[in-house]
Each structure stands twice: as structure tokens, then as C-alpha cells.
Design a protein around this ligand. Structure first.
Ligand code: HEC
Length: 185
């Protein structure tokens, strides 16, 4: 093989995987952009726990560590933010009333029922109309074992868009970042 031909083969070998990579990474709007963060309970940081007595659930809110550390008050949340809202059912007594612990918080059943995720990456959101687009955020809904739930995500976009456009479409995590706390030494 002549040197130039060898070079061409080498270039093709280098280019092929790169092209494949680019193809699989091309962004199209939708929940499939979000991978199930199966490690959230161990590796993410739980920044809030919200009792919802009206709905008889408790919501556990987690963020990935990188975003937890990079987020700054008054600024949009960092690229790479993965926010998780995982629900558990509240425990009821035999009469159907909510059980509370000594701190007055709801007591939960052991298992999660739903794992909702919102994730922000550079360039995401492109392709949604103004009545839907939430900046660069996507939304997804999973079962606790990581299957995609076949539910409409319209409400995720419209509610977060309506309620929190000035807080980068986030709720508790935005608020947490504005008043981040550490324990006194
Ligand atoms: C009717 C309004 C509404 C809808 C619909 C809604 N959310 Fe939310 N979302 C909220 C509120 C309010 C919070 C703050 C937690 C709370 O108080 O329940 C929240 C919090 C979150 C959080 C945690 C982020 C944070 O900063 O608190 C995630 C993740 C999330 N929602 C994802 C979703 C997904 C995914 C969907 C659709 C499957 C969805 N949400 C639908 C109102 C909504």
C-alpha cells in the first residue's frame, strides 16, 4: 500500500467512530435525552424533603454533586444539573389517617413510587415552541427501577414554565441555592 493510501485508511478509521459518536449525540427534543440516574440515593445530595399531606406523599429531592457544588445564588443553574424528585407514599394508620414522627413529619412507606427528573445541558430545549420550552431543560418520568413511564410530560413543561421562569424553571433547588446552609461548627 502506498503511503498516501495508508494515510487515507488511517484517517477513515479515525473518522468513522467520531462520526458515529456525533450521530448518537445529536440532540432532538424529548425525554430520552435523560438517562435514569440509578445511583441518585447514594451519590446525589438530598437538599429537601417535602411532606405533601394533601396528596399523602413525601417527596425526596436530590441533585448531582457537581451541580450542588457549582450552583451560585442569583445565577442560572449550571449545565449538567440533574434534579431528582422521588416520591414515597405516606404511611397511614388503620383508620386511614397520616402517621407522623416525633418531629411532626410524615412517615413513609419504604419504596419510591415515581422518580421525576429534570436535567439541563447546553443546547437542550432547541426545537420546542415558546409555549413549551423551559430554557435548556428536559423532563422525564421513571419507575423506581428505571423504566420510562408512559405518561404525558406536557404538565412538567407548562407548570415549571408558568411558575418558575425567573428561577431557571426549578423550585426547591433554586430556593436552596439562594440560602444554602451549613451546620455551625
Ligand atoms: C402543577 C405543577 C407541576 C407539574 C405538573 C410538575 N411539577 Fe415538578 N415541581 C413542581 C413543584 C411545586 C416543585 C417543588 C416540589 C414540591 O413542592 O412539590 C417541583 C419540583 C420538581 C423537581 C425538583 C426540582 C426542584 O427544584 O424542586 C423535579 C425534578 C420536577 N419537579 C420534575 C417534574 C417532572 C419530570 C414533571 C412531569 C412528569 C413535573 N415536575 C411536573 C410543580 C410541578
Amino acid at each position: 500500500m502506498r503511503a498516501s493510501a495508508r494515510l487515507a485508511v488511517a484517517a477513515a478509521l479515525v473518522a468513522a467512530p467520531a462520526a458515529l459518536f456525533a450521530q448518537t449525540r445529536a440532540y432532538a427534543p424529548g425525554p430520552d435525552n435523560i438517562a435514569f440516574p440509578g445511583n441518585f440515593e447514594r451519590e446525589f445530595i438530598r437538599y429537601a424533603t417535602v411532606d405533601k399531606p394533601d396528596r399523602k406523599i413525601v417527596r425526596f429531592l436530590y441533585v448531582n454533586r457537581e451541580a450542588f457544588e457549582a450552583a451560585r445564588p442569583g445565577e442560572p443553574l449550571p449545565y449538567g444539573s440533574v434534579l431528582v424528585m422521588a416520591d414515597k407514599r405516606a404511611r397511614l394508620d388503620s383508620a386511614g389517617s397520616l402517621l407522623k414522627d416525633l418531629d411532626g413529619r410524615l412517615i413513609t412507606e419504604p419504596d419510591y413510587t415515581v422518580v421525576a427528573v429534570q436535567q439541563k445541558e447546553r443546547g437542550w430545549g432547541e426545537g420546542y415552541g415558546p409555549d413549551r420550552r423551559n430554557g435548556e431543560w428536559e423532563y422525564a418520568s421513571f419507575t423506581p427501577s428505571g423504566e420510562r413511564r408512559n405518561v404525558s410530560l406536557d404538565g412538567c413543561f407548562s407548570c415549571h414554565l408558568q411558575a418558575r421562569p425567573q428561577q431557571d424553571y426549578a423550585f426547591q433547588f433554586w430556593d436552596y441555592v439562594q440560602q444554602r446552609r451549613t451546620a455551625p461548627r
